[in-house]
Design a protein around this ligand. Structure first.
Ligand code: PMP
Length: 385
């Protein structure tokens, strides 16, 4: 067998309770899903506003497909850049309060493309140790020197910046940390970047649509509007569709169009998706009631889960991880919830640091208070078994 080594590696993962498996859903994304014929109440999507299955977005996608067809058929720089893409980019730039925006097919590709296009050999990338995997991969791909600072440690970042006299300096960070739910110290990050003439790249995958006035994201929440900041957000989470955008000064966007390989060398995202996303942006901007409801659910969950043997990690966002520690225990708790018809994913190393396996509970505006009560009740019952 030519692949024995691969099998051995997978077997080792099984032995360490680290094997990753997919489960196939029979219903659309929503708090109420059916998997293998069984209904579950789910707390693990990133569909924070409940838009993934929204009738207005379904209608917009259908109209988009009627008008533009299904596939783009070419890369953006060949003849795959359509009016629907162009209009969405203009809307996104205005929404983000930046001169220009560029649409990518996914957030993963945006991160790879931006970091690779902006820095290279002789430059330095500074990164929070808990950044998303796509940012970590991006800095490897760029071939710049990489300096990682302890999570949120501005003193260490300041020292690292001071020790780097030459080359471009790019600080990259999650805005809302995807596995912890806490928010990066964005104002301090910007101040340090100004002091050391560094650029600041903020990945707002989990803040966009959820935080800030009209859901404009984490930067808006902190009143940050600086040309030095390059703003990225994904469109497959709160926006409910797919894709990502980068909003920045025109010169940055023009540089990406010319140099970001994951933009240049790939088929453009289907324009029909951009039609749905234009509609989604409107729902996000008008979504104060959804955001208020989500915040209420966060408070309900945090209040309800105090007094458990496991701690919720400090977070005010829709990501509410319950720290378990041990891999097997996290898996068993996830499994016990599943037996009770509740779906919460266990997250284990290497996605999170060793010894910090957790249940990543995510809330959505599509949840009701009764849904949260059911989860709270089940966790209390399991804690006192
Ligand atoms: N950045 C962060 C912080 C993320 O959490 C994710 C997705 N989990 C991505 C980027 C990648 O985005 P996408 O899913 O659109 O590729």
């Amino acid at each position: 067998m030519p692949f024995t080594e691969l099998q051995n590696e997978l077997d080792r993962r099984v032995a360490q309770d680290l094997l990753r498996r997919r489960r196939t859903l029979d219903t659309p994304q929503s708090p109420h899903i059916v998997v293998d014929g069984k209904p579950y109440l789910a707390f693990c999507s990133n569909d924070y506003l409940g838009l993934a299955n929204h009738p207005q977005l379904i209608a917009a996608l259908q109209q988009g497909a009627q008008h533009w067809g299904v596939g783009a058929g070419a890369a953006h720089l060949v003849n795959g850049h359509f009016g629907a893409h162009h209009r969405l980019e203009q809307q996104l730039a205005a929404f983000a309060g930046k001169p220009a925006a560029l649409l990518f097919s996914t957030g993963y590709m945006a991160n790879l493309g931006v970091v690779q296009a902006l820095v290279g050999k002789g430059d330095t990338v500074f990164a929070d140790k808990l950044n998303h995997a796509s940012l970590n991969d991006a800095m490897q791909l760029s071939r710049a020197e990489t300096k990682r600072y302890r999570h949120g440690d501005m003193q260490q970042l300041s020292q690292l910046l001071a020790q780097t006299p030459s080359g471009r300096k790019l600080v990259i960070t999650d805005a809302v940390f995807s596995m912890d739910g806490d928010i990066a110290p964005l104002q301090e990050l910007l101040a340090l970047c100004e002091q050391h003439d560094a650029w600041l790249y903020v990945d707002d995958a989990h803040g966009f649509g959820v935080l800030g006035e009209q859901g404009r994201g984490s930067l808006a929440q902190f009143g940050i509007a600086s040309p030095r900041v390059i703003h990225m957000a994904t469109l497959g989470k709160a926006a409910g569709v797919s894709g990502a955008f980068v909003a920045a000064e025109q010169v940055v966007i023009d540089t990406l169009v010319n140099h970001a390989h994951s933009y240049v060398y790939t088929t453009a995202t289907p324009p029909a998706l951009s039609v749905a996303l234009s509609q989604s942006l409107e729902l996000i901007a008008r979504g104060d009631a959804l955001r208020a409801h989500l915040q209420k659910l966060v408070a309900q969950l945090r209040g309800g889960l105090s007094g458990l043997p496991w701690q919720l990690m400090p977070s005010d966002t829709a990501i509410q991880p319950l720290l378990i520690g041990d891999n097997l225990q996290a898996l068993q708790l996830s499994e016990a919830l599943r037996e009770r018809g509740i779906w919460v994913a266990a997250i284990r190393p290497p996605t999170v640091p060793q010894g910090t396996a957790r249940l990543r509970i995510t809330l959505s505006a599509a949840h009701g208070e009764a849904d949260v009560s059911r989860l709270v009740g089940a966790l209390h019952e399991l804690a006192h078994r």
